[in-house]
Structure formats: C-alpha cells, structure tokens
Design a protein around this ligand. Structure first.
Ligand code: PRP
Length: 214
C-alpha cells in the first residue's frame, strides 16, 4: 500500500494541527518537540512533512504531498490548483486593511500605498474597488510600514488585534475571514480516493471536539 503523505505548516497552525491528528489517531509518529522534518508511521502508511506555511501548497500541488494543512491566507496568495476538501475550524482570523486612525483607503484619482505580505490578495481586493494602489511587498512586521511613512495602509491578518493596538493602528475595513483548510492534490484525490476519504471521515468526526479556537 502506498503512503499517504501529508504536509503540515510550521508556526501558527502547527500545534493545533498536531492536536487534531492525535485525536484522530493519526499523529502518533510525530514528535512536536523535535526539529526533524519527516515523520513516518509504517504501520498506518502515513508520513508527515513539516514545511513553511507558504510552501504547504507547493508540496501538495506538485504531488509530493497528497494532503496538506494550510491557512486560507496562503492558499489565496498562492493561486494554487488544489482541492480544498475540509475547513478544519481552527486558525481563525481575518484579513483586514489597517492604518493610522482616520486614514482613508479610497482615494479618488490618487494612488494608495499598501504594504503587505499578501500582494495578490491585496491587488484583487483593491482592483474590485477600483482603487489604484502601489504595492509594497514586505516579509513581516508589516505594521511598521505606516508608522514610518513607508505606506498609507497595510493589508494583513488580524487575530487578536493586539499587534495593531500596541502599534497605534486600527482596522479601517474588514476584508474576509480565514481559517485552516485541508487541501488535496487533484491526482491523489482520484488515485488514493479510498484512503483519503477514510481519513477525511476521521477528521470530520472530530468537528467541534478539539481543535476550535479558544
Ligand atoms: C501575524 C500577522 C500580524 C499578527 C496578527 O504576524 O501578520 O502581524 O500576526 O496577530 P494579532 O492580531 O493576534 O496581533 P506574525 O506573527 O506571523 O509575524 P510577522 O508579521 O512578523 O510575519
């Protein structure tokens, strides 16, 4: 029997994904305190790889992983061609436009400077609103940009809102909610359908039991 390979994101979603897999009886081979990147369960024929959140989709799309756990944020930003087969109900947060108090995000005939880790998401959002923008791609600590005059606003994830608050920023407009999704390679879905649907059933049975956000 072939292995089912699952890509898991390091960071924000890692602990909750691990708890979910343990509850489903699938994560016994994972040592969450280890820096190992591959864990294999030979008896269940499942393996797990730990990768950067934005790389989960790449591994799944290329078929190296059959399944992956990724935030909707990185899925949208990747423009990927994978199936989203389950909303896992954790990692809930939202995309928002934020800036200094009183900042306007719609400036007729003016270009709005937008700093973000998510250029594609930002571009689509403002294109729909017909607001011209200049994108400033950053890799983190995006909240700094309006404070030092690099941008007018930011497009970023907001979870507790603490990062915005301590930096004197506020939400100007909510964009949409995001959460963790189980994604699947399209070819794997056809050729490993039986095993994937059994695994899916196990995860669905957990719904509301262990992995929801506090
Ligand atoms: C994320 C996000 C915000 C922050 C939001 O950043 O980009 O900065 O978390 O969380 P909060 O609303 O609970 O404060 P992350 O921690 O990934 O760091 P980074 O921006 O430096 O990548």
């Amino acid at each position: 029997m072939d292995y089912i390979n699952i890509a898991l994101a390091k960071g924000r979603l890692a602990d909750k994904a691990y708890i979910m897999l343990k509850k489903a009886g699938l994560g016994d081979c994972i040592d969450p305190n280890s820096r190992k990147l591959i864990f294999k369960d030979d008896s269940k024929k499942i393996s797990f790889i730990y990768v950067k959140p934005s790389d989960v989709v790449t591994y799944v799309q290329n078929g190296v992983a059959d399944l992956g756990v990724a935030g909707k944020d990185v899925i949208l930003e990747s423009d990927s061609d994978v199936y989203e087969i389950l909303d896992l109900g954790f990692g809930k947060c939202k995309f928002a436009v934020a800036g200094l108090k009183g900042e306007k995000i719609y400036k007729k005939d003016e270009v709005l400077r937008v700093a973000t880790k998510y250029p594609k998401v930002s571009k689509r959002f403002f294109a729909e609103k017909e607001q011209r923008i200049k994108l400033i791609k950053l890799n983190g600590s995006v909240e700094l940009a309006p404070l030092v005059g690099l941008s007018d606003v930011i497009v970023d994830l907001v979870e507790t809102g603490n990062t915005l608050k301590v930096n004197g920023l506020e939400i100007i407009e909510d964009m949409f909610e995001v959460s963790a999704k189980l994604i699947c390679n399209r070819v794997s879905y056809r050729f490993k359908y039986d095993r994937i649907s059994k695994l899916l059933d196990k995860l669905k049975r957990l719904e509301g039991q262990c992995c929801e956000d506090n």
